[in-house]
Each structure stands twice: as structure tokens, then as C-alpha cells.
Design a binder for this molecule. Sequence first.
Ligand SMILES: [Zn+2]
Length: 454
Amino acid sequence: MTADLLIRGTIVTPDGPIRDGWLTIEGGTIGAIGTGEAPAAADVFDAGTALVMPGVIDGQTHAGSYGGLKGIGSTTRSAVAGGITTIVDMPYDNPAPLNDMATLEAKIAAVRQYAHANVALYATIMPGQSTDDVKALIDAGVVAFKISGFESSPTRFPRVPADLVLDLFEVLADTAVPLGIHNEDQEIVRSRIARARAAGRDGIEAHSESRPPAAELASTAHFLEIGAASGAHAHIVHLTSARGFQLVENYVRDGYRATGELCVHYLWFDPAEDGPELGAKMKVNPPIRPGQVEKLWQEVVAGRVAFVSSDHSSWPIDNKFTPSIFEAGAGVPGLETLLPAFFSGADQRGFNAVRLTAEQLSENPARFFGLWPQKGALVPGADADITIMTETPNVWDASSAHDELNWSPFDGREFSVKVTRTYVNGALAWDGTAVTNAGGDGAYVPRGDKHWFS
Ligand SMILES: [Zn+2]
């Protein structure tokens, strides 16, 4: 059989990179991988010495928090330009979150209409909602659930009380589906913000202080313990300090299903150094904290981080230009910077950037969300979701982004790699200068039957 496409380059497989290697694509999946004489193909792309990587799976994206479900269009255009072939989208859409079959079906329809990348979905439940919908949502393929310990919005992003968290964990305990938390304690944060306001402090350093480690770590520990009591998989969607990962590790050592996730901005920025330049442009929740960057890289290298995500938020920059830091929106765009920022940060520190990137941005999120082995690795039979990147110093210019937001805390930062091609389901989606596939070419990806904890 003649393959549809043969790609030559350094093929990054789970067993290591193959220099002067090749892979074939046949009908949207990977046919064969090898070196030396290659099979016949209808088309050939020679990437030279470039790295041919498994497509990135961004385990935390907020496509619809501002523009609603049609935000899937610009978000996934930006994804493929950033080498991301699958996004795992959070449930907190505008105006209402994904919390039942009707909202799931509407979102799947939007994926089929707008998505340039593949999309897997988180769901949530609302305060006062019964857990009756949970089983149906799982049967329909949602990959995880999320709740928040802090009310960002009463209707779109509410706080879920502890009794309902326990009920939800008990329903999930018989399944492999994780429950994630936005881990901040509401009483501590609200009172500290009021105190900072009263003292007239409203800069970026007041942001971190007003949401102190105590608020984040107490919420984390509380959630982990409810998860442990139920036997379900408890996941912390962003930890900002090494201490957080050590808390999770204690539960893993005791035999519980617990994981912690990191977002790439925590591996790059420090309010003490970058705060004066970036201000609200680096406002995320929980906050980026001083003195954590190198410690968090050590957590990644030690294997205590489940995976690294972008936590891309689709907020326009206007949302950041507010008189005080407390009114500014939290969250940053990040789909076109996740891969180059993670790879470059690992590379600059002398780590094995190719291996760490394949593990943290592809293999681990695929395993975590039940997408492995169909996604997450370049192996025969897997979906042909492929990212090609060239090692070349380049400065990120956020005005060139495809997210319709065109601002970034990474603007002007230097990266060591550039995404030159992205293939989604075997078809070219990004050619290095333009998005080449159409809305709807990305697919809705349900959870499969291989899991993080066996
Ligand atoms: Zn998030």
C-alpha cells in the first residue's frame, strides 16, 4: 500500500529520537516509522534536521470564558499555530458552564463547526445540582470534571461546597475519571483582598500577597483528603510552589490517586523580577509567586508534576487595563507559547528538553485524560497528530498570534525553537506561516479505556 505522506526528519518516539528517520501517514494514522530505505508515498515532506514530535496536548484551555462556544475557533487556530493538536477545554464557558447533557451536546456541536484542533472536554457540576447527570456525561466521553473552591463568578465559575465535592468524588470513585479543583480558599482570599485594598495596595505584588500560599495549600490539602476518603482520583489543576507538589506526593506515597499539574508561566515568571514590567499581564490565579521558578523546574525533573499545560484564557487585553490589580481579569493567552517556552526553559537549564517535552506536553496528558495510546506518541497505529519544530533562536511577537488576543506575558521573550508544521489527524493544519485547515477539521475526542492509575 502506498502511504499518503512520508515525513523525513528526527522522529521523536517514546524510545528516543531517530535521526535521519521517517514516518508514514496512512488514512489519518501513523503507518510505519523507520530509518534507511522508506516505503513509497504519494507525497513527501523532508523536514531535514527538524524535530518531528508527537502533537502537543494542552491539558488546560479556556476557549469559551469570554466569547462563548465560538471562541473554540480562534482558540484552536492559535493551538495549531503553536503545535498543539488537542486541547482539553475547561467547562467554564460564557454565559454558562458545561454541566449537563444539553450543554455537552451544544459544545460538541460547536467543536464540529469551529475546531481546527482536536478537543477533549471537562465538565462540572453547579452548587445545588444533583450528581445524576455525572454518569451520562462520562458515558458521553468527558475526560475529567472540575470544581472550584473559590467563586470567580456565581453563574459561570461558582464555588462548589465541600458536601457536594464529597458526593461527586463518591460517584467518580468507581471510575477512572479525575476530579480537578481550582485550589483557593475563599474566606482567606476575600479577607486578604479587602485588607490590601484598605491599605491602598493595588499592584501586582499585592495580588500574590492577597491570595497567599495558605489559601492555596489549605484548599489543596482539604480537597486531597476528601478525595482520599472517597478513593477517587483527585487532581490539583495548578500548583504554584514546590510545597504543593510535595503535598500531592504524600498522598501518592500513601496509595491514593492524587496528581498535580503545572502551567508553563509558573516556570518562567517571578513577580519580584517581572512584575514591574508586566503588571496585570502576569496576573493569574493562583498567583505566580516569588522565588519559585527553579524549584518548580526541579519538581518537573523529579517527576512529581503530572503534566504541564498553558491554562490559556481568552481575555482581551482591555480586561487588564484596570485602575487596580483586583479588577483586572485573571489569566493569560498561551497556546502559541506553551511548547516553545517549555522546550526553551528546559533546554536553557541543560535538561533533556526533547524527552521532557514529549513526556510533559504529549505522553503524560494523553495518559492522564484517557487518550493514550491513540494520542500522545509517535507510534504505528496512533492518530497522525504531529508537530514539527526547528531549533532556531527567535523572539516571540504576540502581535503575530492567531488567538485574536495578540498580547502575552511572553511578548519579547526569546525561545530556542519555532513550530514550522502541525498535522492534525494526518492533515496539514499549520505550515509555518498560516493555518491551513478548516473549522470542523478538529474532532471531539472522548475518553478511552486506558488510565493514569491502573
Ligand atoms: Zn485554568
